[in-house]
Design a protein around this ligand. Structure first.
Ligand code: GDP
Length: 473
């Protein structure tokens, strides 16, 4: 279904606490929808000119006064009035800034619910903003990503997306696709007359350029994903090499303090740390701990399984151990089997061997890998290690144009499908196939791109996206 950007529809009045749970100096409880001024007038008395009502106030005005439940005063508050269409949801809105703390905010919310509002569902304010055409789907998602951003880079990318960077890019692509489609469909209308409104060569060239642009966005997901989810980093190595010690040292004080996010599979954030502007996510750390119990061979085999999922591998070896050359062989083999992985060899326990520098050099020579000496226990060399990890990640993304990035799996998949449809279209043009078939592929590409910004709306997708928001957003 193609969504029309219609005039604002005022939904039933909804209310929610917009600020986080907990004690704070102030909190905000907000309402949106038809009749919210009437609700507010029932429970709020202005300190100045109490005889005037909020319903008669202009938009963007603030009013100081008291909230009361019948005779009982609830709190002294500031009420902000937003008049449709000049509000976040495009509906009439009221924001009540009250004193912080769970009891006060709950009382204020209860008052609103008792006087005609319904409790908002998660993301319902943002959903209304989207349905009223205030923001597109991409921007709505960006708001969610911005709230949950765990590194500065992820935050900046989300802000950019909210401002409409990616939307604009996709809008341009859609426009061009629409033009090609329109010309082809016109031909179909005149099919009996056998006319071509655009030469097939010209069309083929247009589709090729479009496909290239879509592919570029698809590729940017590699970098975008690193930004939004963090760099999946696996620490592998033989038991007792010091993996757990290194893990704890890396997480140490810089352990990212992030709360559990409902509705997402991001429970792993506990095991993240941020260096410079990059977030590193240490993967499968539970498995890493278990591996200690296992016989050597099994431990290494399991490590190999982790490699496939990681963006960056730290191979940790005990450089002080007498059998460190075994590691050299394992690393050489790893390099050979997976020439494309980002592999950093870390020589641990430099404090236990005087000749650790020479030993490291030997390993480097034999494996062709860079070897970095550290002592995880004494926390020596960790800064260099983090800096090196950061440099390797920078090498991971070839596209440094961070202005337009694809950071979400949903967008990535839609663009992938669009690119495939464009490829099909090109092949059909080359094979001089029927106009109808070519038009069909272009139309699908158009729909896939439209799905991203919400021009083509799918109710299920909306539920998934907005369900991940917190209540009050
Ligand atoms: P894992 O099996 O690879 O996770 O290894 P652990 O982190 O459990 O470490 C094995 C042992 O090596 C522990 O007794 C650690 O205290 C010790 N260890 C780890 N790193 C160092 C280090 O840099 N120097 C020294 N001397 N001992 C270390």
């Amino acid at each position: 279904m193609d969504k029309e950007l219609s005039s604002p529809v005022q939904g039933e009045p909804i209310a929610a606490i917009a600020t986080p749970v907990g004690v704070g100096a102030l909190a905000v409880v907000r309402m949106s929808g038809e009749g919210v001024f009437t609700v507010a007038d029932k429970i709020f008395t202005k300190a100045r000119s109490p005889e005037t009502s909020l319903a008669d106030s202009s938009g963007y005005t603030a009013h100081f006064g008291t909230l009361h439940d019948g005779e009982r005063m609830i709190d002294e508050v500031i009420v902000l009035v937003f008049r449709s269409p000049d509000s976040f949801t495009v509906e009439d809105m009221v924001e009540i800034t009250c004193h912080g703390g769970p009891v006060v905010t709950q009382q204020v919310l209860k008052l609103l619910l008792d006087n005609g509002c319904r409790l908002a569902e998660p993301g319902e304010f943002t959903r209304r903003a989207f349905l009223n055409g205030r923001i597109d789907l991409l921007q709505a998602e960006a708001i969610g990503e911005m709230i949950h951003a765990r590194s500065e880079s992820a935050y900046r990318t989300a802000v950019n997306q909210m401002k409409g960077g990616l939307s604009e890019k996709l809008g341009g692509l859609r426009e061009q696709l629409l033009q090609s489609c329109a010309l082809l469909e016109l031909e179909l209308d005149f099919s009996e007359e056998d006319v071509e409104f655009q030469s097939r060569e010209e069309l083929a060239e247009q589709v090729r350029v479009l496909q290239q642009e879509v592919e570029k966005l698809v590729e940017s997901y590699q970098h975008g994903r690193l930004l939004s989810e963090g760099v999946a980093t696996a620490i592998i190595g033989k038991p007792n090499a010091g993996k757990s010690t290194l893990l704890n040292a890396l997480l140490g004080e810089e352990r990212a303090i992030v709360s559990h996010m409902p509705g997402t599979t991001r429970d792993y954030i506990e095991e993240c740390f941020i260096y410079d502007k990059t977030m590193f996510r240490l993967t499968d750390t539970a498995g890493l701990r278990e591996a200690q119990e296992e016989i050597e061979h099994e431990g290494i085999r399991r490590s190999y399984e982790k490699i496939a999922e990681a963006d960056l591998i730290l191979y940790l070896m005990d450089i002080g151990s007498s059998d460190y050359e075994e590691d050299t062989e394992a690393i050489a083999e790893l390099r050979q089997k997976h020439p494309d992985i980002q592999l950093l060899v870390v020589a641990n326990k430099t404090d236990t061997a005087e000749d650790s520098a020479e030993r490291s050099e030997k390993v480097a020579e034999k494996t062709g890998c860079k070897v970095l000496g550290i002592s995880a226990l004494k926390e020596e060399g960790l800064d260099q290690l983090k800096a090196e990890m950061n440099t390797m990640v920078e090498g991971l993304d070839k596209l440094h144009d961070a202005s337009v990035l694809v950071t979400s799996m949903r967008h990535y998949e839609a663009l992938r499908n669009a690119a495939d449809a464009l490829q099909n279209a090109r092949e059909l043009i080359d094979a001089q196939s029927d106009t109808e078939l070519i038009a069909f592929e272009l139309r699908s590409a158009l729909d896939y791109v439209g799905e991203i910004t919400g021009k083509v709306v799918n109710e299920e997708v909306l539920n998934v996206i907005f369900g991940q928001f917190c209540i009050g957003k």
